[in-house]
Design a protein around this ligand. Structure first.
Ligand code: 9MR
Length: 372
């Protein structure tokens, strides 16, 4: 099993924390972020290094159509991950076809700008095409899952440096630690689908970093504690059986009205480190539906929420990557589920809809290394 820093194709040096010119300029411009970032030097002093590379989830259609969006990604990201283009729903119109057009657009952009790629995701209940419901046996399920992973991972071997192999295996509200979210793979393969997926990914690209990705593990409350316990149970099981897994991905879709469970999350992260696993923040954004409408107040609260989360993580284990789920409020999934009652547009991401940096970006600059 590999552990370590998650270095990518385009280099990964351990850099001592030093504020960059951009950090200072943006920090000054941001103004309202000053309070939010004031305590960050403490976090970085504690962790000693700012090892996380910054990245963002990318939409292929927007990349092709929107030059300002493409420029913002190229200017800031050391890593990108397709937001949808590598999901089964997007790649697999039928049991016999693969459609790589959109994923290839994003991969070509990454190559052109010397940005590393992450892959999302090889097994996820949320993106199963309808045809998988017709799978009729354990053998067929295993064959289908393994064939998909072999085909997709080997196509991008050496280019996708890390994969969210299994996404959201834990049910919304697990009753026991071994509860799994039901879908086609659990129906036929039970809990084995997880090890099967990790082993197939490792066989297809032995150098890729393999990640178990999960959401809603950060907050105070019994449901979140149960989710941490269930996630740890899966990870421990894999490590004890020698299944190749390298990291836990904390999605980090932060609910602005919930308190981060500092003790609970840090205890969990220490356990993750004991297992020899790395930690990434894979889908960070701040769900602002409950926050006041006033933009300066809202943006400051969003930045503070992200800071509090990243600080809690970095004190135990500086993540090897921090990716936001999108880079600009122009393209975000948040209004699909969390529209505001005042009908104002959501502002969950580090750049606003005009690609201007918000206080959230200043926080990210304190915790991670950007493209330049
Ligand atoms: O942001 C993604 C959205 O555009 C898609 O419609 C949706 C379904 O594929 O998935 C969203 O991304 C999710 C990610 O894949 C897994 N974690 C939660 C993300 C937000 O819902």
């Amino acid at each position: 099993m590999q552990t370590g820093n998650g270095e990518g194709r385009h280099g990964f040096e351990m850099t001592q924390f030093l504020p960059t010119r951009r950090t200072l300029v943006t920090g000054a411009l941001a103004g309202v972020a000053t309070a939010a970032i004031a305590s960050l030097n403490g976090a970085n002093a504690q962790s000693g290094v700012r090892r996380a590379r910054y990245g963002a989830a990318v939409r292929a259609d927007a990349l092709a159509a929107d030059a300002a969006y493409a420029a913002a990604l190229a200017a800031r990201c050391r890593l990108i991950v397709p937001e949808g283009s590598l999901k089964w729903s997007d790649l697999r119109p039928s049991a016999t076809e693969f459609r790589f057009t959109d994923a290839d657009i994003i991969a070509a952009f990454a190559d052109r700008h010397r940005i590393d790629l992450r892959g999302h995701t090889l097994a996820w209940y949320g993106a199963m095409p309808a045809w998988t419901e017709a799978i009729a046996s354990r053998a067929e399920a295993e064959r289908t899952l393994v064939h998909h992973i072999e085909t997709v991972v080997s196509r991008y071997a050496g280019r996708i440096v890390s994969w969210d192999v299994v996404n959201e295996a834990v049910p919304e509200k697990p009753a026991t630690v071994s509860d799994l979210r039901p879908f086609a793979w659990t129906r036929w393969l039970g809990a084995d689908y997880i090890a099967i997926a990790f082993r197939a990914a490792a066989a297809a690209d032995p150098n890729a970093r393999l990640v178990l990705n999960e959401y809603d593990v950060e907050f105070v409350g019994a449901r979140f504690a149960a989710r941490r316990a269930a996630l740890l149970h899966i990870a421990r099981n894999l490590v004890e059986r020698g299944v190749p897994i390298h990291a836990i991905g904390l999605q980090g879709h932060l609910l602005a009205d919930r308190e981060i469970d500092r003790d609970g999350l840090q205890t969990f992260l220490r356990e993750v480190r004991v297992l020899g696993l790395d930690v990434l923040v894979t889908e960070l954004d701040v769900i602002d539906a409950s926050l006041p409408g006033a933009i300066e107040v809202r943006d400051a609260r969003v930045a503070e929420c992200a800071r509090s989360f990243l600080n809690t993580v970095a004190e135990v284990t500086p993540p090897s990557a921090i990716l936001t789920w999108g880079i600009s409020d122009r393209y975000t999934w948040v209004p699909m589920y969390f529209t505001r009652s005042d009908a104002l547009p959501n502002r969950p991401l580090p750049l606003d809809a005009q690609m201007r940096p918000k206080p959230f970006m200043a926080v990210l600059e304190q915790f991670s290394r950007m493209a330049s």
